[in-house]
Design a protein. Structure first.
Length: 248
């Protein structure tokens, strides 16, 4: 058996595969730590002119804050309409031609609920999901979305996840305890904000209005001018789904 090495890592079996890369199981030969290693296809990167994009490097704190401000504005707007996304992650965030952030993929979103208004479906991408969602109990959709926004802010600033383990049990345990650390170069303001958003207790976690009033968040804040679009009535949407026949 041929053992492949990349630096100090021994590379093993493939544990995931996508259009542009494979994810391999790997082990640090010095510490014994197990990791997931993403291996990109060089030919695909060159073909799609991705090299120049890679050279851009990580986002600055100012750039990260601007995208986070727009994320909070967008998610807050959805919440005001009674819509909870439930799968917020960078893969579901797009940029328009002006560089403004747009939220996409509402496939797991929840509309206004009846009764106690708590949501009960466990869904979303594990690394971004709030502890109470993983607990298989009723949860507040807005508060759970806020947690996901905190994870996204951490990723914007660092380029990697605060909670990232190959073993799901270990991952869930770290999420439940909010067990993560900050790089030494994080500013005090960003540390404080993320700590209060990634509060494992949904009752004491920051709310959207608290985030908007945070000093780090408010720095250089510029609201995005909304597009002039026709208002959509949710009752009209419900009526369409209640129809017994579909007209094509």
């Amino acid at each position: 058996m041929v053992v492949r090495r990349v630096g100090k890592y021994e590379v093993g079996r493939t544990i995931g595969e996508g259009n542009f890369a494979k994810v391999k199981f790997a082990q640090n030969t010095e510490t014994g730590e197990s990791v997931a290693m993403k291996v990109l296809d060089r030919a695909t990167i060159i073909k799609h002119n991705m090299v120049d994009q890679i050279r851009h490097g990580k986002l600055s704190e100012a750039e990260s804050r601007r995208y986070f401000q727009q994320l909070i504005d967008g998610v807050g707007y959805c919440h005001n309409k009674g819509v909870y996304h439930r799968d917020l992650k960078p893969e579901n965030l797009l940029l328009d031609s002006q560089g403004n952030l747009k939220i996409s993929d509402f496939g797991l979103s929840a509309l206004p609920a009846q009764g106690d208004s708590l949501l009960r479906t466990t869904c979303g991408t594990p690394n971004y999901v709030a502890p109470e969602v993983l607990g298989h109990k009723g949860y507040n959709g807005a508060v759970a979305d806020t947690w996901s926004c905190g994870v996204i802010l951490y990723v914007l600033l660092t380029g990697y996840l605060p909670f990232d383990e190959v073993d799901l049990g270990t991952l869930y345990s770290k999420i439940d305890k909010a067990e993560f650390s900050f790089p030494s170069w994080f500013s005090d303001g960003s540390r404080s904000l993320i700590r209060r958003i990634l509060d494992p207790n949904p009752e004491t976690r920051m709310r959207m209005e608290d985030i908007r009033n945070d000093e780090w968040f408010k720095k250089n804040y510029v609201p995005v001018s909304p597009l002039e679009v026709e208002e959509v009535n949710l009752d009209d949407i419900y009526a369409v789904f209640d129809e017994s026949e579909v007209i094509i």
